[in-house]
Design a protein. Structure first.
Length: 283
């Protein structure tokens, strides 16, 4: 428990414009409450999957959100005093501020470790469609498993659909596989969210879809670092050419059972706390 509280304290020291700021926490009578900055526009998934016309995001807003989340992950992986593995990157964990900037939140599964520290296997937690194959096989989270999830997130934002959707036709149920199939046929544009009604830049779409698939390589060594990803997004370095052969990607392993149970969750623990309230940053 001391380690858990220490990690919460560390979360309060994270400072980045694209992170949801943890203001403090309260322990009282067996309950733990975390207090974050208020995000008036809610979570990104409400915009991507809401059918209300007023909640549509423009192409430039989507691109800006992707860039913001990439910048936040670079900070967590390489620029803070420790390495922070988020372990649950997805649209429902991206909150939108008043200007619709994307803020990475929900650090409930995050892990902190010193640079160079050997990583140990843990219980496999996450969401189906965002979990790298080596994570489900060995239970070891790394920066490259975060990169894999970020790749799924890119596809989610560009295509306006979840990584796994059992209500789609079989050939489209796994988003990554569908994008790879369309890419192999030189027909990537049909994967773009129809709610955009063609109002996007084709070259930016191709760049993002290729980058999303590059992050989804089955071999973690073939995935880029977040630093390289930010460089690709800023246009400083071109995205490497990739093959859309589906065998090269870490496709989610979806069984009949997982179609009906789309997320994996960790069981909640019962804690016994004394009354404690802590605020960060002088608040």
């Amino acid at each position: 428990m001391q380690q858990y509280v220490a990690e919460i304290a560390s979360m309060g020291r994270l400072r980045h414009k694209n992170l949801v700021q943890l203001l403090g926490y309260c322990r009282r009578k067996g309950e733990l409450l975390l207090v974050y900055d208020y995000m008036p526009n809610g979570s990104l998934d409400n915009y991507l999957f809401n059918k209300e016309k007023g909640k549509d995001l423009t192409w430039s807003q989507r691109l800006n959100i992707i860039k913001g989340v990439a910048s936040a992950l670079l900070y967590l992986h390489e620029e803070w005093e420790q390495v922070v593995l988020h372990r649950d990157i997805k649209s429902s964990n991206i909150l939108l501020d008043a200007e619709l900037n994307g803020r990475l939140g929900d650090f409930g599964l995050a892990r902190f470790h010193d640079r160079g520290q050997n990583l140990e296997a843990t219980r496999v937690v996450g969401t189906i469609g965002y979990m790298a194959p080596e994570l489900t096989a060995m239970g070891v989270a790394t920066t490259k498993t975060d990169v894999y999830a970020f790749g799924s997130f890119i596809l989610e934002v560009v295509c306006g659909r979840r990584p796994v959707d059992p209500e789609r036709p079989v050939e489209q149920m796994i988003l990554m596989k569908w994008v790879a199939t369309c890419g192999s046929r030189d027909n990537l544009m049909i994967t773009v969210d129809s709610k955009l009604e063609g109002n996007f830049k084709a070259e930016e779409v191709k760049m993002l879809l290729k980058l999303g698939m590059l992050c989804s390589q089955s071999n973690p060594e073939n995935r880029p670092s977040m630093r390289h990803i930010v460089q690709y997004l800023e246009g400083n370095v071109p995205v490497p050419s990739i093959s859309f052969d589906t065998t090269g990607f870490g496709m989610p392993n979806i069984s009949n059972e997982t179609v009906t149970q789309m997320t994996t969750t960790s069981t909640s623990a019962n804690f016994s706390f004394e009354d404690v309230t802590i605020l960060f940053g002088g608040r």
